[in-house]
Design a protein around this ligand. Structure first.
Ligand code: ANZ
Length: 596
């Protein structure tokens, strides 16, 4: 565009909006419309993806205004997170300075677009006036038992040097660094999202304004599995190994028991060198459910057996790298004829393959390289023979319950959300470890706990932990010495409630004003990327449920209509050394691209 001067355009729009008071909310209007685009991360400059997203939202907001609605169309910054810290390490800058500079650039650029955004309502998660309230919310969740600390194996990203939530591990790799994720045992803060598994799953049916694919992704992520638990008695002091199965109908085809590398039963041989080597290898790349089923199957044969509950038969116990401790009971019976992972394992370790389901009644079936996983009729299974798979499941569960060796069980794939991050640029967790061993909340009057400005990124590890003074404090109630929590909160916590804060962004005493929130919520139109189908959208739904009672929120679902706007794509270029370059810096030469 000739003679295009962004500043002139910007000031023209601004004065037009100001004169016409476009942004002043008009509470006397009965019809309200809350239009929100997903929270931008201030990475540097706005890109075409932002332009697309915010233009779409703006058109809807304007359309609704012209139709007499009272419209809320705010903007803010999801401003904490690793890129700022990494940029700080690389360029010797402070994460705060880097972030604030990006915010100012991007804000200017957004204003040039002339979007009808109510900048009065601007929020930024790295501002202590925002994260103070997040610390209040954390304290509340702690008091309700929803925020808790436990020792567990977590996903460790060896490049970003931090823990990742399951949702942040994609095909066994860190979502940002691409590093192969390892399992590490650490003491971590969690949010008990699984308490709401059933509710989060059931309410998906009511979200009629959401794309079907997003609802399906959430459904699969929550992953309801209906089956049963069964106790198998081992020959080691009659110790029970409890397994979870969704296919109890195949119990007569069981040819091995497999337990997770960190299952408590491994205590009995934990000092064996062979086992220790196996465990180290197995935990290195066990990753997540999807990655563990794709990896090569590895097993460690223990010297122990279990007795089959319905046959006079001994079954060997293996430790296997595809069994996860945090799913079900961390133990299974393997039925190679009807499960592909079990079949691969059985072939490798020469274990029996006993078909127990056939497509045709009373007809045998031959299993070669593919397990038979379809429906059919039971064979080779004593009292279950000739029953359909469905009937056999009911029958065997009843029998298991009668014999008191197990019970029906529904489990969810969803895990509690690990929220501890060992990084500086995040919201401090308002907790102290007192010298008498008690873990106590920092009193609300002392919030926010602010990040120290002087920070050294040159040493490896958590910069807050390495800070010479910040973590040393005193309990204000008892005067006892105390150490501050040095983990910070996963930035997905920041974006799990920002839509509530937008309703009353200047509220000082509480995270949000309930009358305002009840007036504006739910967000009538939410627009964003489908890459947030699980993480952000599930966490926000969970926060809304978890806060509902405390704040007397009328809504239990935050986003009424969701539009996933699609991805703006363009070829990208890297130098031989892997450095990203702009398309304008690249010369195309007879199908070969050179970097200028
Ligand atoms: C025996 C069996 C026979 C199974 C068969 C499947 C087919 P979903 O649907 O994902 O819930 N399993 C249970 N706990 C596990 C764990 N901690 N790590 C890895 N695998 C585990 O899958 C349930 C099935 O996954 C369970 O049913 C169990 O294998 C396995 F023909 O039990 B099944």
């Amino acid at each position: 565009m000739e003679n295009y001067n962004p500043l002139v355009v910007e000031s023209k729009w601004q004065s037009f909006f100001e004169k016409n008071q476009v942004f002043k909310t008009k509470k006397h209007l009965v019809k309200k419309f809350y239009c929100l685009e997903m929270f931008p991360y201030p990475s540097g400059n706005i890109h075409m993806g932002h332009v697309r997203n915010y233009t779409l939202g703006d058109i809807i907001a304007n359309f609704k205004r012209l139709n007499g609605y009272n419209v809320l169309h705010p903007m803010g910054w999801d401003a904490f997170g690793l890129p700022a810290e990494n940029a700080a390490i690389q360029n010797n800058l402070h994460p705060k300075d880097w972030t604030l500079k990006n915010i100012s650039t991007m804000k200017k650029q957004l204003k040039c677009l002339g979007l009808s955004i109510d900048w009065d309502k601007e929020i930024s998660t790295c501002d202590s006036s925002y994260y103070k309230h997040q610390q209040i919310l954390f304290s509340l969740l702690f008091k309700k038992g929803i925020a808790y600390k436990k020792k567990s194996y977590v996903n460790w990203d060896p490049i970003d040097n931090t823990v990742l939530a399951n949702e942040q591990v994609i095909d066994g790799r860190g979502w940002r660094s691409g590093a192969i994720v390892e399992k590490k045992e650490l003491n971590q803060w969690f949010l008990n999202i699984t308490k709401y598994s059933d509710q989060l799953l059931r309410s998906l049916d009511d979200l009629k304004g959401w794309p079907e694919k997003v609802r399906l992704m959430q459904k699969n992520w929550i992953g309801k599995s209906v089956g049963c638990e069964v106790d198998f008695i081992s020959n080691f002091k009659n110790t029970k190994i409890k397994i979870f199965t969704t296919r109890p109908d195949t119990i007569f085809g069981a040819s091995f028991i497999a337990i997770a590398p960190d299952h408590p039963f491994t205590e009995y041989f934990k000092n064996e060198k062979n086992f220790q080597d196996f465990k180290e290898l197995a935990l290195k790349n066990i990753g997540t459910e999807s990655s563990s089923s794709k990896n090569e199957k590895l097993g460690f044969k223990t010297p122990f057996f279990v007795s089959h509950p319905f046959l006079n038969k001994k079954i060997p116990i293996y430790v296997a790298n595809f069994i996860l401790m945090d799913y079900g009971t961390g133990a299974i019976f393997g039925c190679p004829a009807h499960d592909q992972r079990d079949l691969e394992f059985a072939k490798k370790y020469n274990l029996e393959v006993i078909p127990v389901v056939s497509p045709n009644k009373s007809k045998s079936i031959i299993i070669n390289d593919q397990a038979y996983i379809d429906d059919g009729y039971i064979i080779n299974s004593d009292f279950l023979n000739d029953l359909s798979v469905e009937d056999a499941k009911k029958n065997i569960i009843q029998r298991i319950e009668e014999e008191e060796i197990g019970n029906s069980k529904t489990i969810y794939r969803l895990k509690d959300w690990g929220i501890s991050r060992q990084r500086y640029w995040g919201c401090p967790i308002p907790v102290m470890y007192r010298e008498d061993g008690k873990v106590v909340l920092v009193p609300e009057k002392d919030l926010p706990i602010e990040l120290p400005k002087d920070i050294d990124f040159s040493k490896p590890g958590n910069p807050l932990e390495n800070h010479p003074t910040w973590k040393y404090t005193k309990c204000p109630e008892t005067g006892m010495k105390a150490i501050r929590e040095t983990d910070t909160l996963d930035t997905f916590v920041d974006s799990s409630w920002y839509f509530l804060r937008f309703c009353s962004p200047k509220e000082n005493d509480r995270p949000f004003n309930i009358n305002e929130a009840n007036y504006w919520m739910p967000v009538d139109q939410y627009i964003g990327g489908v890459e947030h189908a699980i993480l952000h959208l599930l966490y926000s739904r969970f926060f809304t449920l978890a806060l509902q009672d405390e704040f007397k929120l009328k809504v239990s679902e935050p986003f009424k209509n969701l539009f996933t706007q699609g991805m703006v794509c363009h070829p990208t270029f890297k130098t031989e050394k892997g450095k990203w370059v702009f398309p304008k810096e690249v010369i195309e030469k007879k199908w070969i691209l050179f970097f200028r």
